[in-house]
Design a binder for this molecule. Structure first.
Ligand SMILES: [Fe+2]
Length: 408
């Protein structure tokens, strides 16, 4: 499929957007260097780098705080769920995994999920489970809706041409679970970005989204302008998201901190500018994009992005019920080693606001939900069709039905 795109021609088109593509890259690199320096200094001082706020403070207007989220492209929202609730849900999820013999099932079906196969680390302990009580209750809770509305409003969702999404309404995107065993040292995930790889250079709408980057106007580029983010077309591949997420995120079910196999981020919202223009430089083979391949996660690697990788940090300690959120352009990874003593469990829940692209997907997803099958974006492993404890339509709240596009 990769051969269908003439990378050489594409790169020459993108280079021509700029008066001097090398100088353009140099300017971007300068900005990235200053961000990396700042991150390194804060790290040395053991100061916090990722903006964080507690759930009951999200609606206080604090311009400085909002600016820090827009600069870093990520935020931690703490105490979204009470401890007892999360404890109950975590126990429920553990029971769901064990009673239904998930691990045996996975062995039988392994190999179906090819998405992460080219990232350096081996297959992560991310499970193809979508419809457990824990996931559904977290995904469709009122508190989660409040957080997502707040996150959606950080974006510019209206422009001179159209309204990209309705920030006050959410749809739900069923995603997976990560459950890492203590001592696990093989199941990390190397640095990457979601929401498309080669598409970010080749897709017409991505070219419009990133126009300021390619055409020497990097400083004007606003990663939080949603215009055309809902119009991009992804190449068909298992586990490539066909929705527009204002933020990807997860909710901690267990306590986990640095070295517990947790999430790592490069907290620079504009880092994508570096990745995009780096691929146009002359040391990259003519028909390559710094290792990015169709249908795989966008790779960020030592060979081409060593500067950027200096900014990779582990997120701070997370308590059960805390949530972390990152912009779709933000580079992230999962630590190679879990040196902690307990399972580190998270439920992935991103923010998918109400727009046509998301509604189209969620309608297809609803059909899968009704049968307990894997959602359309994921490998058709269909582990849960006969699982005990799977959530069915009769267990849903009205809010959940709306977010699943089963009820208006
Ligand atoms: Fe990812």
């Amino acid at each position: 499929m990769f051969s269908e795109i003439d990378i050489e021609k594409l790169k020459s088109k993108l280079k021509n957007y700029s008066k001097d593509y090398k100088e353009n890259f140099n300017q971007i690199e300068k900005y990235i260097k200053s961000e990396i320096d700042e991150i390194s200094k804060l790290k040395a001082l053991k100061r916090s780098i990722i903006p964080e706020i507690s759930f009951n403070q999200i609606n206080l207007r604090n311009t400085k705080f909002v600016e820090s989220i827009k600069k870093r492209g990520c935020v931690i929202v703490r105490d979204v769920f009470e401890n007892l609730t999360i404890e109950r849900l975590n126990n429920d999820l553990e029971k769901y995994i064990e009673e239904n013999n998930y691990y045996d099932d996975q062995k039988k079906k392994s190999g179906l999920d090819k998405y992460f196969s080219d990232l350096k680390s081996s297959k992560p302990q991310i499970m193809g489970l979508y419809w457990s009580k824990a996931q559904m209750e977290i995904r469709h809770s009122e508190n989660m809706l409040k957080v997502k509305k707040w996150l959606n409003n950080l974006w510019i969702y209206k422009n001179d041409e159209y309204e990209v999404f309705d920030p006050s309404k959410e749809l739900s995107y069923a995603d997976r679970v990560r459950r890492r065993e203590p001592g696990d040292n093989t199941l990390g995930l190397s640095p990457h970005c979601d929401a498309g790889s080669v598409e970010r250079w080749s897709d017409d709408y991505y070219q419009k989204i990133y126009k300021d980057i390619f055409s020497d106007n990097f400083l004007k580029f606003n990663p939080f302008n949603a215009k055309y983010r809902d119009k991009t077309t992804e190449f068909e591949s298992p586990a490539v998201a066909h929705v527009f997420r204002t933020f990807q995120g997860w909710t901690a079910l267990t306590e986990q901190g640095p070295n517990d196999g947790t999430l790592q981020l490069i907290p620079i919202a504009k880092a994508m500018a570096y990745i995009l223009t780096r691929a146009l430089l002359d040391d990259v083979p003519k028909d390559e994009l710094c290792g990015s391949k169709l249908g795989k996660a966008l790779s960020v690697n030592k060979e081409y992005h060593s500067l950027l990788l200096e900014g990779l940090i582990s997120i701070p300690n997370m308590k059960p019920g805390d949530t972390v959120w990152w912009h779709p352009d933000v580079v992230h990874a999962v630590e190679e080693k879990h040196l902690g003593k307990n399972y580190s469990n998270v439920v992935y829940v991103g923010s998918t606001p109400y727009c046509k692209k998301n509604l189209d997907y969620v309608r297809k997803q609803a059909k899968k939900f009704l049968k307990g099958e894997s959602p359309p974006d994921f490998a058709a492993e269909d582990f849960e069709t006969n699982y005990k404890g799977r959530i069915k339509i009769e267990n849903l709240t009205s809010l959940a039905k709306k977010q699943l596009a089963i009820e208006n």
